[in-house]
Design a binder for this molecule. Structure first.
Ligand code: SAM
Length: 281
């Protein structure tokens, strides 16, 4: 195996996460103020072109059907949907079959990937905490990207963004990776290969340094292999939010939604709490 450590990261001077091109394979632990923001993460910048190999779009089909049912469960006919934190557009690639998707993400690199997958969708760069598109939608969707809201203040701002864009009678659907009630530390791994010889694998190690606060951390190690056989290892520490169902329901209620929790177990055994806010007519 060749280990290519030249010119792959390009973030060696500024990277706040550790990267195999400049550091050994363990993370630089940083305090809450200086931990990298999502736009600094390798996963959503230099690794963005690898996103579909790291987490193949086919894996999203089952859950996208669940979200489609919830998004269309409002009191009004649902056609126009805003997705905040749309990433590689994997859910959107299924939702767009029946819905007109407008996709917002913080990362230009992720938007570029999604534009290729979903050329018929409008893409907008923006922060889910304060973006205002100046128009309404029948429903608003925030998938796993909501997990980047690690404080109650940021979660509140995103729920307010959803309310500001949701028509009366419409719904907002939030799918965090965890609520406090279902949080379990653990490891996952996966990845896939392309026909041209490229491949990617990841290890995702989730742990909670302090169960009494509103965040946990996930160590992401991603190994990419290029078509020429060169291999690169990246590491990010992601800080992610975890809130009790009661906090979710209180914040949804305060924003003007009628909130509810839908507990769902997918075929692979992964259990999630999906939060639904219904905007009264
Ligand atoms: C795991 S990806 C989302 C993948 C997506 N669920 C899909 O179906 O392809 C998480 C995304 O959240 C975005 N993100 C994180 N914080 C954000 C914020 N404050 N505003 C908008 N997007 C954000 C990241 O840039 C990243 O693209």
């Amino acid at each position: 195996m060749r280990f290519d450590v030249t010119g792959l990261c390009g973030k060696s001077e500024t990277c706040v996460n550790s990267c195999a091109s400049t550091a050994p394979l363990y993370g630089v632990r940083l305090d809450g103020e200086t931990l990298g923001m999502p736009e600094d993460y390798h996963l959503y910048s230099d690794l963005a072109p690898w996103f579909a190999l790291i987490t193949p779009p086919e894996h999203y089909e089952e859950e996208a059907a669940v979200y489609a049912r919830l998004l269309t469960s409002g009191e009004i006919p649902v056609r126009e949907v805003l997705e905040l934190g749309s990433g590689g557009g994997h859910n959107a690639s299924y939702l767009k079959h029946d819905l007109t998707m407008t996709l917002v993400d913080l990362s230009e690199d992720m938007l570029a990937v999604s534009r290729v997958r979903n050329p018929e969708c409008e893409h907008v760069q923006g922060d889910m905490r304060d973006v205002r598109l100046g128009r309404d939608f029948d429903a608003v969707f925030v998938h796993d990207a909501i997990s980047y809201m690690a404080t109650e203040a940021d979660l509140t701002r995103t729920i307010e963004t959803a309310f500001a864009h949701c028509r009366p009678g419409g719904v907002a659907v939030f799918a965090p990776d965890h609520t406090r009630e279902i949080f379990r530390p653990g490891t996952e791994h996966g990845g896939s290969d392309a026909a041209d010889g490229r491949g990617a694998r990841y290890l995702e190690w989730t742990w909670d340094p302090d169960p009494d606060d509103t965040w946990y951390e996930t160590e992401f190690v991603v190994v990419t292999r290029d078509a020429d056989g060169s291999v690169h290892v990246s590491h990010d520490t992601h800080r992610l939010g975890v809130f009790p169902r009661g906090t979710w329901l209180r914040l949804l209620d305060t924003a003007g939604f009628a909130g509810s929790v839908t507990e769902t177990t997918f075929e692979d055994g992964i259990r999630v709490d999906i939060l639904v806010g219904r905007r009264p007519l």
